[in-house]
Design a protein around this ligand. Structure first.
Ligand SMILES: *Cc1c(COP(=O)(O)O)cnc(C)c1O
Length: 402
């Protein structure tokens, strides 16, 4: 026990631990106790890292790449990141405008640490990825949540956005395709948001983690294509965690104005020094080797997504937006709130997710974790058999509510 008068830092008291990890932990505990849990709460692909990438990681160790690297990451990797961006998007960046860090999450953390002063506001569209608000708070900033509407396919309504703008607005976070909704922002709404950002001088942070996992025909819209003059006030965040099933290697990166990247490097130099050296070589192999793995992921996800969405929409009073990217479905279960099971009232997404876990042995993530209590998130980064069995259990469990 800590001494009685010892108090933890206020910043810790402000933030809640990641609820997605909490659900995962509870599901694991139930499974360890022998329950047949179907896990739809996972936020990572169900495939293993491609073999040639693993080999590159092993080779890096054998080649002696086991020491510190430059703070911003090895220059070969930063060059490969720039080359990929040029090839995929036509955008030209220099390696000194890139910081490699310990996963995309760490990159976003560094960005907020580098740009926020107390009172600075960051616009975060909801449903949002769980980590944005606490990251902003940990950097001393204030998250300002901008609601997106299901009936609008979770796209932006620029007029709604305008209501949340204040003189303290400093930045906006865009995640498209989105975790948890799978929504892709339209080119028109991105143009409207981009125009506003440009005129007001905000920093635009795009979390492009799911750009390779898109179900739309043709090119994924991006705010930097919609408004190219945003170039000097945009930071692009990305990584290999999802597109190459490399969540455990912890490699992500940020690309943006040199002054911001320099500031982030200062922070990284005093915290992690650099991301793990062998992981950087593995990520280099992912970017420079065969590019068919993300396509294989898509091929596996497409039929699961179709099945899941159709089965959810077949449940009475459930609506579900068709995800246009990522590997999550985000159905609206609010018609079941207020109903009871054994006298217990299901009063929201936390209670419903808990009910599904204990009564149907189905692990999911309550929408409250993403700032949208009407919904539950299910990941389809799991087998078709699990999805079919899970949908039967979910349908039966909802029908059992009174
Ligand atoms: C998974 C994820 C990330 C980052 O993941 P890392 O494992 O830290 O690379 C970032 N943003 C979103 C929306 C994600 O789902």
């Amino acid at each position: 026990m800590l001494p009685e008068k010892f108090v933890l830092a206020e910043r810790v008291l402000q933030v809640a631990p990641s609820p997605t990890l909490a659900v995962n932990a509870k599901a694991k505990a139930l499974r360890a106790a022998g329950a047949d849990i179907l896990n739809f709460s996972v936020g990572e692909p169900d495939m293993t890292t491609p073999a040639h990438v693993c080999e590159a990681g092993k080779q890096a160790i054998d080649d002696g790449h086991t020491r510190y690297t430059p703070v911003a990451g090895i220059v070969e990797l930063r060059e490969a990141i720039c080359a990929k961006l040029k090839k995929d998007q036509g955008w030209e960046y220099e390696p000194d405008q890139v910081q490699v860090c310990c996963g995309g999450k760490h990159g976003l953390f560094n960005i907020f640490q580098a740009i926020l002063n107390p009172g600075d506001e960051v616009l975060i569209p909801a449903p949002y990825w769980v980590s944005y608000p606490p990251m902003v708070q940990l950097a001393g900033g204030t998250p300002v949540i901008v609601p997106l509407k299901e009936e609008n396919n979770f796209d932006f309504d620029p007029e709604v956005l305008a209501q949340y703008v204040t003189p303290k607005t400093k930045a906006i976070v865009l995640n498209s395709p989105s975790n948890p909704t799978g929504a892709v922002f339209s080119q028109e709404s991105l143009a409207a948001v981009g125009k506003m950002a440009y005129e007001k001088g905000w920093l635009v942070i795009t979390d492009d983690m799911y750009e390779e996992i898109s179900y739309i025909d043709g090119k994924l819209p991006h705010i930097l294509h919609a408004i190219p003059r945003l170039r000097d006030q945009i930071v692009l965040s990305n990584g290999v965690s999802k597109s190459f099933a490399m969540t455990g290697w912890r490699i992500g990166w940020s690309i943006g104005p040199s002054q911001i990247i320099k500031a982030m490097n200062k922070i990284q130099s005093q915290s992690t020094s650099n991301p793990a050296a062998p992981s950087q070589y593995a990520a280099l192999a992912a970017l420079t080797g065969p590019q068919d793995f993300p396509k294989q992921l898509l091929e596996a996800f497409i039929p699961r997504r179709a099945y899941f969405v159709e089965a959810l929409r077949a449940i009475p009073n459930v609506t579900c937006v068709n995800p246009m990217g990522a590997f999550y479905v985000f159905p609206n279960f609010s018609a079941y709130y207020g109903k009871t099971f054994n006298g217990q009232v299901i009063d929201g997404s936390l209670a419903l997710a808990d009910y599904l876990l204990s009564e149907a042995n189905v692990a999911s993530v309550p929408g409250a974790a993403f700032g949208s209590d009407d919904f539950i998130r299910f990941s389809f980064a799991t087998s078709m058999d699990v999805i079919k069995e899970g949908m039967e259990r979910i349908t039966t469990a909802l029908a059992a509510l009174q």
